[in-house]
Design a protein around this ligand. Structure first.
Ligand code: SAM
Length: 423
């Protein structure tokens, strides 16, 4: 276990330094030969990140001075999570953590041992203290809690709690390959229990490895949250229209559009590594689009001056609405990131707008619950612009939302949708 604890600590150390989980994980495991540690490392890293509000509080109570070595501090976060939430014996967790500490720095074994044993002695009293502070109670940084509280006066507790839950495993049936009815039959034949949602959406009640879902390799399905599945519906595409997906990778929404209508789709993506994910997904689902590895802003390099009937603009954002799937975001994001994202989002809108035909529609999407990236960006864009009309977004029944904002719920994430029509 000590190697997985140490790898988890290395990943958390990188996240605390500003690297996201996926990159940190790849980074740690490119230099590691023992791949069998991967799933255990992932599980304890996610657990430690999920409960880091608690372990931060415990470290403040247990350690008088700031811990200078962030890798050792990260290891303590991991071990405190395990001692509070995992079923291994206390002795094993502490013993292994001390071994891990010694591998990081021989002199730090005694320190880690002392902190963890001190925690075990005072566990009952200390864990009662979780409720006294919002950061340890909700397991989010305080700025995040305050923002959600201010922006969602009656739903803030539920929103914070949902963000700490395990996400549902939701799939979209590829109607081009199989009917929803037949796919449900296939799941029943394979003894896989599911909950039908709306349209092509189903939740698999027991999450599994995607490769083990029937028909995955043959493109019968795509793993995608229900909230994201709504994009193709709201974009209101008709057969033969020209559609631009201006921020396309990995292609979840674009493939959903192609499954729903026979359109000419151009997919733009500025990150060349992520372009390969679009191509893989199109190939697996047996769908076609013109994929261009260019940024939206460099129009001269890719645009033939023919305006589009529909534009999907699914912009980069804080990911605050999908935090249960990206737990690292809670500790990676900083309050001033929202302003940076808002500037990028407004820029993307300004760049996409001239590419839209008159009477055409642009669907603006974020997976954020924060107004700064949603309503405020849209208001700024629409102010003083005479050729834009905000269309009312009509969500299907049973979708939990406040105006254009999907409120994260058991069945879907917290996305924001805005439909802009060109007058
Ligand atoms: C939220 S993700 C899109 C998710 C995608 N629509 C889906 O449903 O799978 C945003 C994407 O926009 C890309 N991006 C950011 N700035 C861009 C730009 N100026 N031009 C094109 N793509 C950009 C990012 O690399 C990222 O892959």
């Amino acid at each position: 276990m000590h190697d997985s604890q140490r790898y988890a600590a290395m990943i958390i150390d990188k996240i605390l330094g500003g690297t996201n989980f996926d990159v940190a994980f790849e980074n740690v495991f490119t230099n590691v030969k023992e791949f069998q540690h991967k799933s255990q490392t992932k599980a304890i890293t996610f657990g430690a990140l999920r409960y880091m509000g608690q372990s931060k509080y415990l470290i403040e109570c247990l350690v008088r001075n700031k811990i200078e070595n962030r890798l050792i501090e990260s290891l303590i976060h991991v071990a405190l999570f395990q001692l509070s939430h995992e079923s291994h014996s206390d002795f094993t967790i502490v013993d292994q953590a001390v071994k891990a500490a010694k591998k990081i720095d021989l002199r730090k074994g005694n320190f880690v041992n002392a902190v963890l044993r001190n925690f075990l002695r005072k566990k009952d009293t200390l864990t009662k203290g979780f409720l006294d502070q919002e950061e340890s109670h909700f397991n989010y940084p305080i700025w995040w809690i305050q923002k959600v509280k201010k922006q969602y006066k009656s739903d803030w507790v539920d929103i914070l709690n949902i963000g700490n839950d395990h996400p549902p495993m939701t799939i979209r049936v590829n109607k081009q390959q199989i009917s929803v009815k037949d796919y449900k039959k296939l799941l029943v034949e394979n003894d896989i229990s599911f909950t039908p949602l709306i349209n092509e959406g189903l939740i698999l009640n027991n999450a599994s490895n995607v490769k083990e879902i029937p028909g995955f390799d043959n493109g019968l399905l795509f793993v995608q949250d229900l909230g994201a599945q709504l994009a193709s519906l709201l974009l209101d595409v008709k057969n033969n229209q020209s559609v631009l997906d201006a921020c396309a990778a990995p292609g979840g929404k674009l493939t959903s559009i192609l499954e729903n209508a026979n359109v000419h789709l151009t997919a733009l993506e500025k990150n060349t590594y992520r372009v390969s994910k679009i191509i893989d997904n199109l190939k697996r689902l047996n769908l076609e689009a013109t994929v261009i590895a260019k940024p939206l802003d460099n129009k001269n390099e890719w645009w033939n001056k023919k305006q589009f009937d529909r534009i999907l603009l699914d912009v980069p954002c804080s990911a605050s609405g999908i935090v249960r799937r990206h737990i690292d975001m809670k500790w990676l994001r900083r309050p001033n990131d929202l302003e940076k994202f808002a500037n990028i989002q407004l820029d993307l809108l300004n760049n996409a707008w001239p590419l839209l035909k008159q009477q055409g529609k642009l669907l603006y999407v974020t997976c954020s619950i924060f107004k700064e990236e949603n309503e405020e960006v849209i208001s700024k864009f629409c102010d003083n612009r005479l050729d834009v009309k905000r269309e009312k977004v009509k969500f299907p029944k049973n979708i939990c939302h406040i105006k254009n904002q999907l409120v994260p719920s058991k069945n879907h994430d917290g996305l924001y949708y805005e439909i802009l029509e060109k007058k």
